[in-house]
Design a protein around this ligand. Sequence first.
Ligand code: TMP
Length: 228
Amino acid sequence: MADNLKDGTLISFEGIEGCGKSTQIVMLAERLRELGLEVVISREPGATPLGQELRKLLLDPAYNPDALTELLLYLADRREHCSRVIRPARARGALVLLDRFIDSTWVYQGFAASAAAIDDTRDAVSVEMIETLNRQVVGSDWPQLTFLLDCSAKVGLERARRRNLETGAVGVADRFEQRHIDFHKQVRAGFLHLAEMEKERFRVINAQQEINDIHDCIWREISGRILG
Ligand code: TMP
């Protein structure tokens, strides 16, 4: 069990496309702010001006970079994110909520990419290399707590499609959403595998419940540590 949460705590949210991370982060941030805490919400890729440019490149279906190139671009985005957003926020005592972080790289560029490499022209990169580089890139900005919002690939992709319809983003599904459902099943399996390996840090939440019920599960986990 991680220590009680305190100033400068870093909490990440992970999960497949359409698992509802962004909604839950906003709900949690509002509740924490009501307690008078400073909360910073951030996301990857794209939390800095340079990161915004990298995000456009990374999610554009027009590109299909070599696996190591793709990994290095995500890590460049992360390094910039840590030095310009996360570290300054933690230093002034803010609580930082992250929409994707180190584990997305381990899963998307490592675990799931390796499984897909059989029918892909790209070589996969090893999860060991990702683990080493992630540690180099983030240094002490390792999350104390990670919520894995777990739902089936079918449910997640349906939600992501609905969101694209609602936001008018029809036809511009990004490079990852366009991938076959089997890839998203591997992504889900990868996150669950990580959560099993790092039980201390991860909390797996059933993301197929109602939005308010998911929030209650997250709040139960957080409130004891903040108010306790
Ligand atoms: P989003 O849908 O949460 O905005 O994330 C954008 C996509 O980027 C998502 O499909 C997952 C992918 N991604 C990676 O492949 N590796 C990473 O390290 C991160 C942070 C995201």
